[in-house]
Structure formats: structure tokens, C-alpha cells
Design a protein around this ligand. Structure first.
Ligand code: ADP
Ligand code: MG
Length: 464
């Protein structure tokens, strides 16, 4: 990596939020073990080990204690991120933590109650998603320019992706088919991935977002566990893509594009504690596959291991660019103040603290010429038309399933190989640069010495 690249890299921003005591915790008089100091950006956890009280203190980029409101977190931490999306960056915000600590509350808020109030005011319970959408529309309307805002909402459950915005108007049977049908994750040929067939909903004002959230959240699969009746065992990803038209002084029309990903991860607790059994345990295992891979990816990035296992889970494939890539990333870790969650709280704090040293190299998305964008869209329409035609007329390519699987595995193995080779190429290139620098400085040193020698010889001759 050159010096210029190093200067551009920024650390992932990590925030900590501790929710207030729940009614249950208050009823059972659960002792408080987490103390937040929002101003010092510190969280202290009190443990009693062998009769001794031990405090562990963690520092984060920002800390929001139990009295912090939705609005405080948004105003202090999220507004700048959304401004960057409007400038044409891609940004991702993750909520990470044990079930019942407030991930969904932070991201969505209480969306059933959260209808837009009078004069477009948001209810105080509204979370990051509705607030971000409001900020986006408020800013775009002030700028008085042409724009479009699209959202997608997907769920990742047992390593299968489903669309939380799939339309409802299709007949019930077809709907169930479609809702259950996992969507394939494919390479987009530009180094990224795309979810084939994911519904993109155009949003034209802030109030539409509540019905979308409600529709999506209702579809999110939940299952009862001892920890939280509404406990969610799936990851959800809500994405907002904004296109804004700009005119150059030469009269050329440019399109600026920014994307905001909002990720509500599945509970990070281990399976025994949430009382999961049998089927549920397998489910938890699969959930952990994505969460575990996320952990491994973080480890590889933090410890600068050559190979980062992005490809090992769907979650890390989807969010690859947010971890060590060109996206600006923020993690909100959520914890409970109660002693009952102590073990999980410590593990969340350790995890979040480690993630602080991941570095990304945010890059603004290249602006597109309007004419190029239209050409791309025409290309996409042609491709889709061809697919519809092939499906209807059954003139596509058909190969036996096992051969397809074999070829797909080969392709994956090759992709892995390329990835590893790219990583080792980067390391080698860095070594070459270092050696070249050393060689240059040695050359300089030897030139200096030659000069000195010459001068000494002249001196010596004149002395004689
Ligand atoms: P998770 O998504 O992490 O499982 P939830 O967001 O569902 O957790 O939160 C669990 C419960 O705690 C919900 O009833 C929610 O309203 C409440 N809660 C979470 N965080 C807060 C907070 N900061 N302030 C008030 N209530 C909260
Ligand atoms: Mg939740």
C-alpha cells in the first residue's frame, strides 16, 4: 500500500449503547453491572471474581447510556454518516449484540406505533432507519434537484436470503412460494455481489417508509426463546440507494449515487443460554455461521492475515465492501445493564472493541453521465427480456444439476484461488516497494560516502 492509500484509510467507528433496565429486570431487582460515562466515552463493567470486585473499562468512539434518547444517538452519530451518503459515499451501520439489548429498537424503533406525526414530525421512538429517510428527503427537497430514492429489505436466515418487500398482490399460494423461495446471491461481474430478483421499492416521501418497515418486519421470522419472546434469529439488511442529478458547467448531466446499508444482526448470544434446543440449535448454528464468519473476517482484518474469509458466509459476502473495503462503516454494539447478561455483555464489548481497529479506505462513488446510466439501464432491460424469452420459450441452456453444481464448485474454488493470489501479490508488491526504498537509500548513502572519500583524498593530497 502506498503512503497515499495509508493516509486515506479510516477506522471503523464503534458506538456503544446500553439500554435501560427492562420491567422484568426491575421486578427481579437485578443488580446493575454496566456503568456508562457518555462524556468520557467509557463503559465500566463490574465483576466479582473470588470475592473481589474487578472493574473493566472500555473506551469507544461514542457511548450512549440508558438515558440517551433515539434522537441523541441519531443527532450525534448518524447525521454525519447520512450526509456522506448524500455526498456519494457508501456507508454501512451494523447493530451487534445479544438478543433483547435493543438492536431492532435502535435501527427501526417501535414501528407499529411509529406513524409519522403532525407536520412530518417523527415519533420519539423512531429509530435510525426512519430518521435517515427523513434526513435524506429533507436534504434533497432543500437542494431542489432531481433525485430518486430506492430501498431494499432482505432477511438472511439459515444462510438463505428472502425478500422482505416481495409484493403482496400475487395469489396466496404464489405469494407463499415466493416468500419462502430463497434468492440467489450472485457475483455482479464488477467485484461485488447482487441478490437476484430482490424487489427495489421506490420511495417518494418519508411516511411511506413506515408501511414498508412494518410490512418487512412482520415477515421477519421470530421464534420464542427464554431470553426474548420476539427474539429474532435472523439478520436483516435494509438498504437505501440515492441517485441525485447534477449539472456540470458544460451542461452535461451527471448522476451522483450513494448507498446506506442498515444491518440488524441476529442475537450474538450462544445457543445454550437462550435455551435453544434441537431444531432451534441447528438454526442457531447456521446463524452463527454468518456471525462466526463475521468474527473471523474481523480477526483477519485486525491481525492483517493475508487471506480474509469473506466468501465463507452470505453475510460477509453481502457486506464485504463494508469490512476493509471502500465503504464507511459504523458498528453500534448494544448491551443490557443487568448482571444476568454479564457474560454476553463482556463478550460484546470485547468484540466491538476489537472491531475498532478495522480500517476501510472510503472512496466516493464515481459520478455517472446520465446518458451512460440510461444506456446501462437499456442493457439491463435487454438482458431481462432475453431471460423472460428463454424462460417462456424454454430455449435457455439446460444442464444436469450435478454438472451445474460441479461447475459452480470449480468456479468458487477458482475465485478463492484468485483471491489468495491477489492477497499474496499485494504482499509481494509491498516487499518490492520496501526493498526498492532500502536500495535507494543505500545508493544515496554510498554516493555520500564516495563524496566524502573524494574530499578526504583531496585533503590528503593537499596535506602532502
Ligand atoms: P434486539 O433487537 O436486540 O433483540 P429489541 O430492540 O427488540 O432487542 O429490544 C428489546 C426490548 O427492549 C424492546 O421492548 C425495546 O423496546 C426495549 N428497548 C431496547 N433498547 C431500548 C432503549 N434504548 N430504550 C428503551 N427501550 C429499549
Ligand atoms: Mg431484534
Amino acid at each position: 500500500m502506498s503512503r497515499v492509500d495509508k493516509e486515506k484509510s479510516v477506522n471503523v467507528q464503534v458506538l456503544l449503547r446500553c439500554r435501560p433496565f427492562s420491567d422484568d429486570e426491575l421486578r427481579s431487582n437485578a443488580p446493575q453491572v454496566v456503568t456508562c460515562n457518555d462524556y468520557q466515552r467509557e463503559v465500566a463493567v463490574t465483576q466479582t471474581i473470588a470475592g473481589k470486585q474487578i472493574d473493566r473499562v472500555f473506551t469507544f468512539d461514542k457511548v450512549f447510556g440508558p438515558t440517551a434518547r433515539q434522537r441523541d444517538l441519531y443527532d450525534q452519530a448518524i447525521i454525519p454518516i447520512v450526509n456522506e451518503v448524500l455526498e456519494g459515499f457508501n456507508c454501512t451501520i451494523f447493530a451487534y449484540g445479544q438478543t433483547g439489548t435493543g438492536k431492532t429498537y435502535t435501527m427501526e424503533g417501535e414501528c407499529r406505533r411509529a406513524k409519522s406525526g403532525p407536520e412530518g414530525q417523527l415519533p420519539s421512538d423512531a429509530g435510525v432507519i426512519p430518521r435517515a429517510v427523513k434526513q435524506i428527503f429533507d436534504t434533497l427537497e432543500r437542494q431542489n434537484t432531481e433525485y430518486s430514492v430506492k430501498v431494499t429489505f432482505l432477511e438472511l436466515y439459515n444462510e438463505e436470503i428472502t425478500d422482505l418487500l416481495a409484493p403482496e398482490e400475487i395469489s396466496k399460494v404464489a405469494l407463499e412460494e415466493r416468500q419462502k423461495k430463497p434468492l440467489p446471491l450472485m457475483e455482479d461481474g464488477k467485484g461485488g455481489v447482487l441478490v437476484r430478483g430482490l424487489e427495489e421499492e421506490i420511495v417518494t416521501n418519508c411516511s411511506e417508509i413506515f408501511s414498508l418497515l412494518e410490512r418487512g418486519s412482520a415477515k421477519r421470522r421470530t421464534a420464542e426463546t427464554l431470553l426474548n419472546k420476539q427474539s429474532s434469529r435472523s439478520h436483516s439488511l435494509f438498504s437505501i440507494t440515492i441517485h441525485i442529478k447534477e449539472a456540470t458547467p458544460e451542461g452535461e448531466e451527471l448522476i451522483k449515487c450513494g448507498k446506506l446499508n442498515l444491518v440488524d444482526l441476529a442475537g450474538s448470544e450462544n445457543i445454550c443460554r437462550s435455551g435453544a434446543r434441537e431444531g432451534r440449535a441447528r438454526e442457531a448454528g447456521e446463524i452463527n455461521k454468518s456471525l462466526l464468519t463475521l468474527g473471523r473476517v474481523i480477526t483477519a482484518l485486525v491481525e492483517h492475515l493475508g487471506h480474509v474469509p469473506y466468501r465463507d458466509s452470505k453475510l460477509t459476502r453481502l457486506l464485504r465492501d463494508s469490512l476493509g473495503g471502500r465503504t464507511k462503516t459504523c458498528i453500534i454494539a448494544t448491551v443490557s445493564p443487568s448482571v444476568h447478561c454479564l457474560e454476553e455483555t463482556l463478550s460484546t464489548l470485547d468484540y466491538a472493541h476489537r472491531a475498532k481497529s478495522i480500517k476501510n479506505r472510503p472512496e466516493v462513488n464515481q459520478k455517472m453521465m446520465k446518458s451512460t446510466l440510461i444506456k446501462d439501464l437499456y442493457g439491463e432491460i435487454d438482458r431481462l427480456k432475453a431471460e423472460v424469452y428463454a424462460a417462456r420459450e424454454k430455449v435457455g441452456v439446460y444442464i444436469p444439476k450435478d454438472r451445474y453444481q460441479m461447475e459452480e464448485n470449480e468456479r468458487k474454488a477458482m475465485a478463492d484461488q484468485i483471491e489468495q493470489m491477489t492477497a499474496s501479490l499485494e504482499t509481494n508488491q509491498k516487499q518490492i516497494t520496501d526493498l526498492q526504498e532500502k536500495y535507494d537509500s543505500e545508493l544515496q548513502h554510498s554516493a555520500d560516502l564516495s563524496k566524502k572519500l573524494e574530499a578526504t583524498e583531496v585533503n590528503y593530497i593537499s596535506y602532502l
